[in-house]
Design a protein around this ligand. Structure first.
Ligand code: ADP
Ligand code: MG
Length: 526
């Protein structure tokens, strides 16, 4: 396009000169008598060695700068009077638009009078380069900075809206601050300098707040906890050891996307009378906002030995230890599964994620059941089954065949209890693997370690458990031990393919007590 501009200028001037020469010839005849004629220098571009032309009414000298800033000069004869106006009166042309040519001409009368210097052109205020530069600046503004600005504004709006919703959500999750102040006073009444967690628990049991403390006391307590060490990582968050007034507590911090799990666990703990020696002791829940991130806390007793899974990995067990673990765990499940009536009553609860990682081992080797994020409740009087609003599913490795085949009827509470018993059968197997007989025990292995990969898919488990109907292998060693033989029989009755043929938790607990009583090595003292 710019070359075009250059050539159009050149062609214009050329046409102009040709026209003027032509009219010169035509008009020479007419005007020859009245007008003086001159001989002028003639050149176009290279004017160092000009030629001459005749019959001019004026001689001219021209300077031209094309659109690229390239300068050229011309001298010549103008032999037509009417062109004199354009050539000699329009002294200088300085275009308004950048990137267009400029020219300026002077005319004179007399032979060889156009020998002087060429007219000086005032350069356009902006060079083509700077014009191009300013052009690019405009383009950068138009195409880069403007969209970035718009994007930034949109982002700012999104952040603002999210913050707004976050605040509203926080407000709906927690009670009002003024209420908190009232409860702070109540809390001060409960917590004196020499009170310990036991005093607070005692208060919580008499305060009529389910199995936890009044809500805002929970929150005040939560804010006095110092987190010291991460002790567990589940699929739904992290569990930390915390210190409250020099006593240890466990704080389960949920990912904010797992709010449903936190809400469900909080609901189960705080609305059901769950207090039991074999259910993890609950202290409270709290929701805070740290840098606009929702932090969901669930505070429980700290259990030094951690999960049964870790415990079994670390050491083999005597028959006494093995029996303490399984009977206490079964007692916890019986308490969960049983509906209790009256003022201190509780609905029947199915856990739906029974596994060795969700059973914790206390100092005296009795166990507590933990992790109620998936629990389902049932009340006989109303006949209602409350599944909660949770997308979370149980652990595939421990899923009963009817769960894997998706044949479970979600409205029939009994089916969840039976699925729990299937999983408990697998836990019994894990514990028995580690039970010493004659100084020998198998290495710890998770159930189906020999049939599925470490993180099995739904399909992997379905093939093994439903299609092939495989179950954990009972080691030969067990057959030489009376207790382990009975245990093998018991676990098989728990993991029966047919849910209605499985033993109930109460039946398992009673059978375990019988097995323990029959073994002279075992003396249960809890
Ligand atoms: P998730 O819902 O993520 O599975 P859990 O409640 O099962 O979380 O806890 C994950 C792990 O954290 C457990 O397997 C256990 O090792 C550890 N843990 C949980 N609660 C406690 C506690 N109260 N004391 C000691 N360790 C705990
Ligand atoms: Mg868990």
């Amino acid at each position: 396009m710019r070359t075009d501009t250059f050539w159009s200028w050149t062609i214009c001037i050329f046409v102009f000169i040709v026209l003027s020469n032509y009219s010169n010839t035509v008009h020479a005849v007419i005007n020859s008598k009245n007008v003086s004629r001159y001989t002028c220098y003639n050149c176009d571009g290279n004017c160092d060695k000009p030629s001459t032309c005749d019959n001019a009414i004026v001689c001219y000298s021209y300077s031209v700068i094309d659109a690229y800033g390239f300068a050229s000069f011309q001298r010549g004869c103008l032999d037509k009077k009417d062109l004199q106006y354009f050539m000699c009166k329009a002294k200088e042309y300085i275009p308004e638009k950048p990137n267009t040519g400029q020219y300026s001409g002077v005319c004179c009368n007399g032979d060889y009078c156009n020998n002087g210097s060429f007219p000086v052109l005032t350069p356009h205020t902006s060079s083509p380069e700077s014009d191009a530069a300013s052009d690019s600046v405009v383009k950068i503004l138009q195409f880069i900075i403007a969209p970035i600005l718009v994007l930034f504004l949109i982002l700012a709006a999104v952040v603002f809206i999210l913050r707004h919703f976050h605040k509203r959500r926080m407000a709906s999750l927690v009670s009002h601050n003024d209420l908190e102040n009232i409860y702070q006073d109540e809390f001060k009444g409960v917590v004196t300098d020499d009170s310990n967690l036991k005093d607070i628990f005692d208060y919580s049991v008499t305060s009529g707040s389910g199995s936890g403390l009044p809500l805002l006391i929970q929150r005040t307590l939560a804010r006095q906890i110092t987190l010291v060490q991460c002790i567990g990582k589940g699929r739904y968050g992290e569990v930390w050891k915390g210190i409250w007034q020099s006593e240890s507590v466990a704080v389960k911090i949920f990912f904010s996307r797992d709010e449903a799990s936190w809400a469900r666990e909080t609901e189960i703990y705080s609305t059901m009378m769950l207090r039991h020696d074999n259910i993890l002791g609950y202290m409270g829940s709290d929701v805070t906002s740290v840098n606009s991130c929702t932090q969901l806390w669930l505070i429980t007793n700290y259990i030094e030995n951690g999960s049964l899974y870790d415990y079994l990995n670390d050491r083999p067990l005597t028959a006494q230890e093995m029996m303490t673990i399984v009977i206490s765990a079964a007692s916890g499940i019986v308490h969960l599964h049983t509906e209790m009536f009256g003022t201190d009553g509780k609905p029947a609860i199915a856990h739906r994620d029974i596994k060795s990682k969700n059973i914790l081992v206390k100092d005296n080797r009795t166990c507590v059941i933990a992790d109620f994020g998936l629990a389902v409740t049932h009340t006989q009087t109303t006949g209602s089954t409350d599944v909660g609003e949770n997308y979370r599913v149980g652990t595939k490795r421990y899923m009963a065949p009817e769960v894997l085949e998706e044949k479970i009827n979600p409205s029939v509470f009994e089916s969840y209890r039976r699925a729990d018993m299937y999983a408990f059968g697998l836990v019994l197997w894990e514990v028995c693997l580690r039970c010493l007989t004659g100084g020998i025990a198998e290495e710890y292995r998770p159930p189906f370690h020999d049939c599925v990969p470490s993180d099995p898919s739904f399909e992997d488990m379905r093939k093994v458990v439903c299609v092939d109907q495989q179950r954990p292998v009972i080691p030969n060693r067990w057959s030489s031990d009376m207790t382990l033989t009975s245990m093998a029989k018991l676990m098989k009755e728990c993991w029966n393919h047919n849910p209605s043929a499985r033993l109930t938790s109460l039946r398992v607990k009673k059978t375990l007590a019988k097995i323990a009583a029959a073994d002279p090595k075992i003396h249960l003292d809890f």
